[in-house]
Design a protein around this ligand. Structure first.
Ligand SMILES: [Zn+2]
Length: 189
């Protein structure tokens, strides 16, 4: 299942930014986002998820942390069944980052839709794109495909692109942790 290639790419970037830059828990352990040069490199890597090579300055990396926090609230709203809150949050982000559709043609590509206007900063452009990508998900039939990992001690986020929409974990690592724990519980009972 996919929305379209550009939408899929920015959704993947949104997930990567949230999972890289927001503190919490990851796969059974406390998670602290990287700092300094590591953070800058991590943001560049997250943007590469959208198959764009992007230069990121340390200042921009800091601003991306704020964007990641904002995007996380959307996943958390949907995950706890509060789609209204997620929608209100997204509308606020679309407004804040001046998201607007704009057809562009560059680098020999055919016309394709960008989600931000010209003349913004890189951070605001990405924020507008990520918010629009999530808004497309939330505004469609598959609105509940945004999720937060349900494994113990993990709050990393995901977008469920499986055909049947039954994903509950951020990763196979968490899925396996839960399977193993259930197996042990049965074996011990
Ligand atoms: Zn997880």
């Amino acid at each position: 299942m996919n929305f379209n290639s550009h939408t899929d790419a920015v959704i993947a970037v949104a997930v990567a930014l949230v999972n890289t830059l927001t503190p919490g828990e990851r796969r059974g352990r406390a998670y602290r986002p990287p700092a300094g040069e590591e953070r800058r490199a991590a943001v560049a890597e997250a943007l590469r998820t959208g198959s764009r090579v992007a230069e990121v300055t340390p200042e921009e990396a800091g601003e991306f942390c704020d964007v990641a926090r904002e995007l996380r609230e959307v996943f958390e709203g949907v995950a706890r069944g509060d789609v209204d809150a997620a929608a209100v949050r997204l509308n606020a982000l679309l407004e804040k980052y001046e998201a607007r559709p704009h057809l562009d043609r560059h680098d020999g590509e055919p016309w394709h839709l960008h989600f931000h206007g010209a003349g913004g900063t890189a951070v605001r452009d990405w924020a507008a794109s990520c918010a629009t990508g999530l808004a497309i998900v939330l505004g469609g039939e598959l609105y509940d495909r945004l999720g937060v990992c349900t494994a113990p001690a993990c709050d990393r986020v995901y977008v469920d692109v499986s055909r049947n929409g039954t994903r509950r974990f951020c990763s196979t690592a968490c899925q396996n942790r839960v399977k193993t724990a259930a197996f042990r519980a049965r074996a011990g009972a």
